[in-house]
Design a protein around this ligand. Sequence first.
Ligand code: ATR
Length: 272
Amino acid sequence: TDKYAVIGNPIHHSKSPLIHAEFARQTGEDIEYSAIEVPLDGLQNSLQQLRDVLKLKGINVTVPFKEQVWKITQQKSARAELAGAVNTVVFNNDGSLFGDNTDGIGLCRDLVINHQVELAGKRILLLGAGGASRGVIAPLLEYQPLGIFIANRTASKSSHLAELFAHLGNVHGGGFHDIAGEFDVVINATAASLQGEVPPLPDKVLASGACCYDMMYSDTDTAFIQWAKAQKAEKTIDGLGMLVEQAAEAFYLWRGVRPQTASVISLLHNKT
Ligand code: ATR
């Protein structure tokens, strides 16, 4: 049995063990997957223990360690390098760590495949300029949207992010008051939902047929999803599908087998 885990702090509410157990059952892969809380100041030590004592083959990384693990991993995929954050690690046999980031592809698969949201030629508004936002910009640009506007409470952070990705496509950034025109896809990557808040968005920001996506999920509608419904968005989607899709991509990296996601997404929807 090969062992894997998700690390974070806090971690007890993580759905990842359930998701990976379902993937293992479905594919017949012989793995164990647990959730491990790592002390906020103990990442380096914990990584060594997970590798040398618990003999894990790989880990997922969640809040607040994604950026720290990015700094620690010497070898990284191109998409992790750009994301500035690592959510999936492979412990190589020689003791080295390989870092990847599957969040961006997870979001795009959920939008494009699971929900048939067209991205090519569309106007995308991305809210927030932290790690969650940074990780999805390059993967979104691969679908050749007309453009991405990154809006953030702290405008300098979104302008900086836009500059970082400008070589990959039409990306601009600014404050919420700089949002101009209508958008086809609005993605919330702020932590505002955690406080039950919605970023201050102008009226008429949604084009007709617009889709609103909250990277957060909760048993009931998040504040952003409530706002989107009130604005008559055609589609509103929460981040549960993204969670399952990023996990599937991590599972594929570790095992070389791609699990089916639809049944796992509906299983989780039915549990909440
Ligand atoms: P993450 O890794 O989840 O992106 P983060 O790096 O702490 O976490 O970033 C949180 C994001 O949510 C930031 O864009 C933050 O805005 P600032 O850069 O101005 O801090 C945004 N955010 C948090 N609370 C918010 C709120 N109540 N309203 C609007 N934006 C908020």
